[in-house]
Design a binder for this molecule. Structure first.
Ligand SMILES: Cc1cc2nc3c(=O)[nH]c(=O)nc-3n(C[C@H](O)[C@H](O)[C@H](O)COP(=O)(O)OP(=O)(O)OC[C@H]3O[C@@H](n4cnc5c(N)ncnc54)[C@H](O)[C@@H]3O)c2cc1C
Length: 411
């Protein structure tokens, strides 16, 4: 893989203009889609392909979800052509691309080297252009707000309560035959391992700009980074880049339980495709963080690796965190909180089916009618040729899953 684009497209270069929903259908919608991250975009596109509109689409911002909000400066772990594959996924996206005034987030993505990686900003801008194009003329009504509750009954099917973003506007309740949850995930934030530490959230730590503003350039600080995932390595690289340039008093302590795990190209498939390190992050980790290279790498001037095990972690933390000032916990992601979900007036505990994208009631095992999920919170389960099971995460994979299952979705 070659170099990635040197500059990140400025925030919102292709941001959708603000909108006001007018002349909404009075009667029931075909589907209500919750969330306008890439999964929401793909779900709306696939529902239109299956003629399941009109669609009510709900999100507080309609600006690309977490890709735009938090990951613009993150180098992608997928090649540009995978984002282009997302764009080619459904007919309505191709129409939007053809008809939208240029330049836009789609033309920008097409102009990049398709075999290379890019910054996530490029994928975020593509999603924002698609969001703008998924308009009322195409049967998509956008409601700015947050879904707080959804209740299914035989008479109304899904009745969905929405708290508008504009708090001066009263909450609304609207109905649809299907409800699609594309609500995303967020970093796990566990209790800090020592009381003396100031937490730096994983989201700001993934942005070199925010990280640089968070840390002092003049006073010594030592940041503990916990974890060895893709996100953890991105944070280590961001910190190293600061320590070796604008923040000379910055030091890093990296706490890891296990060796680094890389995605591996096999014959026609990828081992650890969804869990292993990829792209520039993998290259950097191999060149600087592996046991046999770290001590000779310039990274070791600023970074100290501390190996832990589940058994000795507390003891190691007590000893090694004493001289740390800050902590970034890169210990995984968890589903964002779901709205309250009721079936026939009873709260349901849901079990997601990673093959059909539907849900069951955990207690009764019954299928919850007309309820589906997509995206990082509700991914497809895949098994590789060696029998390893993973969750398929990434824009192209969300699209591929939806292409397979949406034709089967019913109220
Ligand atoms: C660090 C990192 C790097 C990644 N890099 C790549 C990459 O290179 N390539 C790739 O393909 N994938 C990548 N991914 C994976 C994935 O594409 C992203 O995580 C993506 O943001 C997931 O999209 P989503 O739509 O499922 O969720 P999100 O982007 O989180 O969007 C969810 C949306 O739902 C809204 N929402 C939630 N609850 C409600 C509610 N009750 N009412 C209304 N709206 C609601 C949220 O506000 C948000 O706008 C990366 C992930 C991470 C963490």
């Amino acid at each position: 893989m070659g170099d990635i684009t040197p500059a990140v497209t400025p925030l919102g270069a292709y941001a959708p203009r603000r909108f006001m929903s007018t002349q909404r259908p009075q009667n029931q919608f075909g589907a209500i889609v919750v969330g306008a991250g890439p999964a929401g975009v793909a779900a709306v596109g696939n529902l239109l392909e299956e003629k399941s509109g009109p669609i009510l689409w709900v999100d507080n911002l309609f600006d690309g979800g977490r890709l735009n909000k938090h990951y613009r400066e993150v180098p992608s772990n997928t090649r540009v052509k995978r984002f282009a594959g997302f764009l080619d996924g459904v007919e309505v996206f191709k129409q939007i691309e053809k008809e939208m005034p240029k330049p836009n987030g789609m033309t920008q993505l097409r102009s990049l080297d398709q075999e290379n990686t890019c910054y996530i900003a490029e994928a975020a801008d593509m999603c924002m252009s698609l969001t703008e194009g998924l308009s009322e003329e195409r049967g998509v009504w956008k409601q700015q707000g947050s879904v707080t509750k959804a209740a299914w009954s035989e008479t109304n099917q899904w009745s969905v309560s929405i708290a508008p973003t504009d708090t001066s506007v009263s909450p609304v309740t609207l109905s649809a035959s299907m409800l699609i949850l594309c609500t995303g995930s967020e970093p796990i934030s566990g209790t800090l391992p020592a009381p003396n530490l100031r937490e730096i959230g994983l989201d700001p730590a993934l942005s070199p700009t925010l990280l640089s503003q968070t840390l002092s350039k003049d006073t010594p600080s030592t940041v503990a980074v916990i974890g060895a995932s893709h996100s953890a390595i991105l944070v280590l690289r961001n910190l190293y880049n600061l320590a070796s340039s604008t923040h000379p008093h910055l030091r890093i302590k990296w706490f890891t339980r296990h060796p680094l795990r890389y995605a591996e190209e096999k014959d026609g498939w990828i081992l650890r495709d969804n869990t292993g390190l990829k792209g520039h992050v993998a290259t950097w980790a191999k060149e600087h963080l592996e046991e046999d290279v770290l001590s000779a790498s310039p990274v070791s001037q600023f970074l100290q690796k501390v190996s832990t095990t589940r058994g000795n972690e507390q003891e190691v933390y007590a000893r090694e965190l004493k001289d740390c000032t800050h902590c970034v916990q890169a210990i995984g992601y968890v589903k964002s909180p779901l709205p309250d979900l009721l079936v026939n007036d009873q709260k349901v505990d849901l079990q997601f089916d990673h093959d059909s994208a539907g849900f069951e009631d955990k207690k009764t095992g019954e299928v919850v009618r007309g309820l589906y999920g997509a995206g990082i919170a509700f991914p497809e389960r895949v098994t590789d040729p060696e029998g390893n099971v993973e969750m398929a995460v990434g824009l192209f994979k969300f699209m591929k899953f939806l292409r397979r299952v949406v034709p089967q979705w019913k109220a």
